[in-house]
Design a protein around this ligand. Structure first.
Ligand code: AMP
Length: 471
């Protein structure tokens, strides 16, 4: 699809760079990219970076997993005037989780820049501390539309120096009804700025947004979509029989990391209770949970301490969870776009996956629409689901919690050192290490968890004792 608003006047060449070193970035920037193991730009980075670093407005078609965050963070960091301790870039994202992930990426990508300050402004977090942080200034703000707007309305943000704006997952923000908020935010920004709009889809509403906020944008899209095959099985079921089928669906597919979608929060909680009663370890993720619980849930699922996560759509937007091998649509999604988004969770990083959808007689209309979009759906009878009782749905790891994090200057290397050199644990028994501001989470081989709890609580990490317990 060609958007009418795309600049016909763009006179530059669209250059493809195959190496980061072909870009006009400092030696320090390049060596930081190298140290992050970003050895080669991804397709979207290859196409967008020459343009965005040249200060063009862009509309980029890029999905989660394509390297889009790095694609828009590099030009922002590159053009920052670090000595000018004022807000120079604003990034708007649909969810808190995504905003936090962007802030994390910004911090990693700017390790070579001293004293760069990134601030997140997300809804659901206490407002006052954000006001205080804003009064101490920052270089880059990342946040969700409603909260950013509230700060702007209360004159908490010094907007004068903003010269870059990013709208990330613009399609999701519009789906979530943020159009007016976004337009109101933009109306208070300096007009002399670079705007980068990232969206997985280009529908009419994106065109409207783009034509209102971008100047002579260049369209960047990846011609050849990476084709990943997601096998889809559909089962017609009775509403009161759904839960009983879940263990069989998991065991017959020998799934290890399972994401189950429900349409409502209350259903997530009910299903979690029911599956727990059946002996399964589950986590839930929905918007009633506090931010801290949501962060922790994502950590515990993605570090493989729990095999099953039950989520609503809103809570799962924009999440980076790799290695999900089975998605179960416990409730059929409300439309085919949501369905596509859900099943896409099982095909991250170019791998194929499996999605199983349950539908009842009353879902038939929606099922027909989804079937039109995915003609290779496999329709099976529930009697074919055979619960393989020999299959144990369990996680190989457990998580230990440490009540110290970045603010205590703890780094992954310190924790790794305390576990290996300190208490003699083998590196192969240690999984993902997540370090937040005030806490850290470490995935440990579950056979070794008692040993680690005992030893680590009696030893120091980087010269200090911390409280350690199992999550
Ligand atoms: P995103 O599309 O922003 O969700 O990024 C997906 C993942 O790709 C993130 O974990 C990034 O850290 C990673 N990533 C981004 N750019 C590169 C690159 N050039 N090389 C390797 N990994 C990358």
């Amino acid at each position: 699809m060609v958007l009418g608003i795309i600049s016909k006047n763009y006179k530059g060449f669209i250059i493809l760079v195959e190496k980061f070193s072909q870009l006009n970035l400092s030696k320090e920037f390049l060596s930081n990219l190298d140290s992050l193991n970003y050895l080669k730009p991804t397709a979207i980075q290859q196409k967008s970076l020459p343009l965005s670093l040249d200060n063009n407005d862009l509309i980029a078609q890029a999905k989660t997993g394509s390297g889009k965050t790095v694609a828009f963070c590099i030009p922002l960091i590159n053009k920052l005037d670090i000595k000018n301790f004022r807000v120079q870039s604003l990034i708007i994202a649909p969810t808190r989780e995504l905003a936090n992930q962007i802030a994390q990426e910004l911090r990693k990508l700017s390790r070579h820049v001293h004293n760069m300050k990134v601030l997140t402004l997300c809804g659901g977090m206490p407002f006052k501390p954000q006001v205080v942080s804003l009064s101490h200034q920052a270089h880059i703000l990342v946040g969700t539309p409603g909260r950013i707007l509230k700060h702007i309305q209360q004159n908490n943000i010094d907007l004068e120096n903003i010269n870059s704006l990013v709208l990330d997952e613009a399609d999701k923000m519009l789906d979530m009804g943020f159009y007016d908020d976004i337009m109101e935010i933009i109306s208070s920004l300096p007009t002399k700025r670079q705007t980068l709009l990232f969206s997985a889809t280009f529908e009419k509403n994106i065109e409207k947004l783009a034509s209102n906020v971008l100047k002579n944008p260049v369209l960047v899209k990846i011609e050849e979509e990476e084709k990943v095959y997601i096998k889809q099985k559909f089962y017609e079921v009775r509403e009161d029989n759904k839960t009983a089928l879940i263990p069989g669906i998991i065991s017959s597919n020998k799934a290890k990391s399972i994401l189950i979608f429900c349409n409502m929060k209350i259903k997530c909680d009910q299903l979690a209770d029911d599956l727990y009663a059946l002996g399964l370890d589950v986590l839930t993720l929905h918007s009633d949970l506090e931010q801290k619980q949501r962060d922790e849930t994502i950590i515990l699922f993605s570090n493989k301490s729990y095999p099953i996560l039950i989520a609503t759509d809103v809570a799962s937007r924009g999440l980076h969870i790799d290695d999900v091998d089975l998605v179960i649509n416990y409730d059929l999604s409300l439309d085919e776009k949501i369905h596509t988004h859900r099943i896409g969770r099982t095909a991250r990083a170019g791998k194929g996956g499996l999605a199983v959808s349950l539908y009842t007689h009353s879902d038939l209309d929606r099922y027909d629409i989804i079937k039109d979009t995915f003609p290779d759906i496999i329709e099976e009878d529930v009697s074919k689901i055979e619960d393989d009782l020999s299959y144990k749905i369990d996680s190989p790891q457990r998580t230990i919690f440490i009540n110290g994090g970045k603010k205590h200057k703890l780094r992954a290397g310190d924790i790794l050192g305390a576990l290996t050199a300190g208490i003699g644990l083998d590196k192969s028994d240690i999984g993902k290490i997540d370090i937040l501001d005030f806490a850290s989470y470490v995935a440990i081989n579950k056979e070794k968890i008692a040993y680690v709890l005992d030893k680590l609580s009696k030893s120091k990490i980087k010269g200090k004792f911390y409280r350690i317990y199992e999550k």
